[in-house]
Ligand binder design. Structure first.
Ligand SMILES: [Zn+2]
Length: 440
């Protein structure tokens, strides 16, 4: 169990508060809507506690597993709290170890069950004879994952269809003290403040060059699923006014940041995660027949046949967001890069970086191996753009060039419109999102 790096203390307090409220709701089933119906009264000022009338078998959502013994069938809900493990949860709900293994097998290409975060919700759907038919994992309101069991006991996964879109919010501020402090004061997060310094870091030194009174404006995209914020955000536009000079960065539909002239600000990526090319033993394939199970399942990365102990290099600058040891994927690393890019490295022999660590393109992050379920030593490498796995060998990777000539006109129009929005509105105003990368 590990805590996600990106959540602030306030977020944790919120989660704690939410958990306490849920616990309260549990102990007081009336609030669940699961207690017996209470007749409406003209005045709602006094609500009788239905303590006596509660049936002992009332199916309250099972939010804190230890609090309620429960052996009933049908969907059961479990909200992850700190210290939870999937093994313990399954034991509690009387689901077999072999079912857990079958689930983890399906999870190899998605790595969602390996690290559970407090606040994530599980929905366990059992058959009358107690078999787990379906497991639903709600990561946030926009990311709901279903693992479904077939007649042979194998699981496959599917994302719940969502209607994701983005709203945009403008933040403005003035430097007093450090940029970091000024950004937090304006309402931006710690992570956003660090990202901004990284994106514009090649053009100016944030510690040395900024002075009191310099101004900044930032547009943050906030993801929604049918009007509900999912908690996922991204930087869409940055403007920094230092004396007479202006520094800008705009997110474009390809996931890269560009300055107002259309020159790339996202550092170039390497195509390969190793010093020299290795034979591809299994290509990226959304409908691959699995070499071990013989079943059709997506292969979300590319496999390079490399001997155990080969140095693995990160393909772009970024921050290590996850490391872990998955029963099927083995030891793995996940890195988030600037813009809309993410990479993953699986079946490692040894991990040489830590979660939260900043790393640069070409840096040695691991030694390749054969851990997890693997048919031989190899590196499984994934590249995600805008939250979707793509073929790392053919995808459009950042090359630190410029907006293609054909799109430059549109880009300049968007820059102009965005800069106008950024100067017109007050701090924390909802504005139109002009730089919205396509999803998927
Ligand atoms: Zn692979």
């Amino acid at each position: 169990m590990s805590f996600p790096l990106l959540f602030s203390r306030a977020h944790w307090f919120g989660l704690l508060l939410a958990s306490s409220l849920m616990l309260l709701a549990l102990l007081w089933p009336f609030f669940n809507g699961q207690g017996p119906a209470v007749e409406a009264t003209a005045s709602a000022s006094v609500v009788p506690l239905p303590l006596v009338a509660v049936r002992p078998d009332a199916a309250a959502p099972n939010l804190v597993s230890r609090a309620i013994p429960d052996a009933s069938t049908g969907p059961q809900q479990h909200t992850i709290v700190s210290g939870d493990t999937l093994q313990a949860i399954f034991q509690h709900y009387e689901i077999s170890a072999s079912t857990l293994t079958a689930l983890m097998q399906a999870d190899e290409e998605i790595l969602a069950l390996d690290v559970l975060y407090p606040g994530n919700r599980l929905l366990l759907d059992k058959t009358a004879d107690g078999r787990l038919q379906r497991l639903t994992l709600e990561l946030d309101p926009g990311r709901i994952l279903h693992y479904e069991q077939d007649a042979e006991g194998h699981f496959s996964y599917a994302w719940e269809p969502t209607e994701l879109d983005w709203q945009a919010r403008l933040f403005r501020g003035e430097i007093s003290g450090s940029f970091y402090q000024s950004a937090l004061k304006a309402g931006l997060s710690e992570r956003e403040a660090m990202n901004i310094a990284q994106i514009l870091g090649q053009q100016l030194n944030f510690r040395r060059d900024l002075q009191a009174g310099d101004k900044f404006a930032v547009i943050r995209g906030e993801e929604r699923n049918r009007q509900t914020l999912t908690g996922r955000t991204r930087l869409e536009a940055i403007q920094l006014q230092r004396g007479q000079r202006e520094y800008t960065a705009f997110l474009f539909s390809d996931g890269n940041f560009y300055d107002a002239e259309g020159q790339s600000l996202t550092p170039a990526f390497l195509r390969l995660p190793s010093q020299q090319p290795y034979r591809i033993s299994s290509a990226f394939n959304p409908a691959r027949r699995h070499p071990v199970t013989g079943r059709i399942a997506p292969h979300n990365g590319v496999d390079f046949a490399m001997p155990t102990g080969t140095p693995v290099l990160t393909t772009g600058d970024g921050v290590v967001t996850r490391t872990g040891n998955h029963p099927f994927a083995g030891k793995y690393i996940e890195i988030e890069h600037q813009g809309a890019f993410k990479t993953r490295y699986l079946h490692l022999h040894r991990i040489l970086v830590q979660r939260g660590q900043q790393i640069s393109r070409g840096e040695r992050i691991a030694l390749s191996g054969n851990t997890g379920r693997s048919t031989g030593p190899h590196l499984h490498y994934e590249l995600h753009i805008n939250g979707r796995p793509v073929d790392p060998m053919t995808a459009n990777i950042p090359t630190a060039s410029q907006i293609p000539e054909a799109q430059l006109g549109d880009f300049r129009d968007q820059v102009e419109a965005t800069l106008a929005v950024m100067t017109e509105h007050a701090n924390e105003t909802l504005v139109a999102s002009l730089f919205a990368p396509r999803e998927g």
